[in-house]
Design a protein around this ligand. Sequence first.
Ligand SMILES: NC(=O)C1=CN([C@@H]2O[C@H](COP(=O)(O)OP(=O)(O)OC[C@H]3O[C@@H](n4cnc5c(N)ncnc54)[C@H](OP(=O)(O)O)[C@@H]3O)[C@@H](O)[C@H]2O)[C@H](O)CC1
Ligand SMILES: [K+]
Length: 513
Amino acid sequence: MKIFSKEQIYQGDKITEERQELPASELMERAGLQIFNWMHMRMQGAQVPVHIFCGIGNNGGDGLVLARHLITHGYNVEVYVVNCGNSRSDDFLTAYDKVKEVTKKWPKLLKCENDFPTFHKDDIIVDAVFGIGLNRKIDDWIKALFKHFKASGAFTLSVDIPSGLYTDAPIEDREGVVRANYTLSFQAPKAIFFLPETAEYTAQWEVIDVGIDREFLMQTETEFELISKNEVIPIYKPRERFSHKGLFGHGLIIGGSYGKIGAVQLASRSVLSAGAGLVTAYVPKCGYLPIQTSLPEAMVITDEDEYSITSIKFDLEPTAIGIGIGMGKAAESFKVFKTLLTSTKVPMVIDADALNMISENKELLELVPENSILTPHPKELERLIGNWTDDFDKLKKTSEFSLKHKVIVIIKGANTITVLGEKKFINVTGNPGMSTGGSGDVLTGIITGLLCQSYSPVEASLFGVYLHGRAGDMALEEYGYQSLLASNIIDYMGDAYIDLFKQPEQPQVEEAE
Ligand SMILES: NC(=O)C1=CN([C@@H]2O[C@H](COP(=O)(O)OP(=O)(O)OC[C@H]3O[C@@H](n4cnc5c(N)ncnc54)[C@H](OP(=O)(O)O)[C@@H]3O)[C@@H](O)[C@H]2O)[C@H](O)CC1
Ligand SMILES: [K+]
């Protein structure tokens, strides 16, 4: 699903109005009506007090249209206009007049803290103060209003985005943002719903379709894209009946050091569970027995050294290589890593200590083959690209890094983001139970396994991150957040694949007699 920028949203509105020859305010009417339908379906006429706080732009206008429908359907509604300026938008004014047509109880004007209403924790607050039009720091009294919402404990529904968030810039004051229990966002979610510093304000979200021109939606290229099942199904390569293991490639996992052989075992097992035909683990001598016994499906080649990797010598032709897991940063390992970078022609996933070696010796970046996949967690990323001031700065720097070195960077986190030049793909699967030792090794193995099956580096990255998260989500149901282990993620890889083609459960329809 595409995530549109603020400018694209405004442009989409304009194009839609022209192409569909819409009267003024029609999109706002659609927006307000859809939110009403959403609430009406859940509330079924319940007389819970609903407090609707409207700004003076179009976000406020959406709130007023919602208010009008709730009032005409007999709901218990209080409407407030948060008087944050003088420039009321035209559509706001139209919506305001229409509210006055259906009730004698006109919206209350709020100008300062003394005007704040009191509400009960069982009431509902609708936040339609600011939408994507926020363009400066909010006044203190409006910040106090948002704190007042929070202190009430009432369920807060935000229209489009939680008020106080910018769609394309960091938060200035964390108290000056509405904490929404639920956000109904128009046409597409916003990138800020998924970034670490802003995601917490949008506990849950849903998209409301306001009928923006389909052609515009299809043709517009976006910086951000959300990757869920719909986006990965077209990537999936079905298996032919007469296929054999030779067709699915041979993965080579290089890594491990004394005490960190398990990482290679996890990654190698993941290569196979992702579907590669063969896997070889390249480990120091001390890894021979553990891997041979715990993973009989794998082949093992050992280094000359007992404890760490000092010379990468193998006479096989791998289809893809995953390197760095548990490898340590011994001087010899660095040398052989450098040699491998110059000699290898196959796609590569670079993780963990291999990333750290690059961070400590930036000249290695020149040698990293084009389209290699780097999988840093935030600390490793910082070592690679330097520190950042906020999420937007981080993404900008990662994009620059990706463009400059022609690599794919997978920023691991709650919503893992795959960065390919300017483009950012946000993954939706995964859960906090996966923040556990070895989870990253599994991801490296899965992506290597997909590369083996001729998925392109971008496809392997997106599909791998998706499958890893989905397997983790399925494993969570059995193990729970605390007890989920990295190997459980591998156990659920099969289910994650099968789940791709599962139809959502249909509601039961009673058969006629
Ligand atoms: N396709 C869609 O998604 C549709 C979305 N709709 C809704 O429209 C809003 C965006 O509406 P807009 O009027 O552009 O912006 P806001 O309502 O968010 O803000 C209104 C004005 O508030 C002023 N402003 C900005 N920052 C501050 C501040 N810190 N303090 C006070 N005032 C502020 C600013 O005006 P100025 O002239 O004062 O600069 C804003 O313009 C979108 O979010 C949806 O809810 C449509 O209804 C349907 C289509
Ligand atoms: K809002």
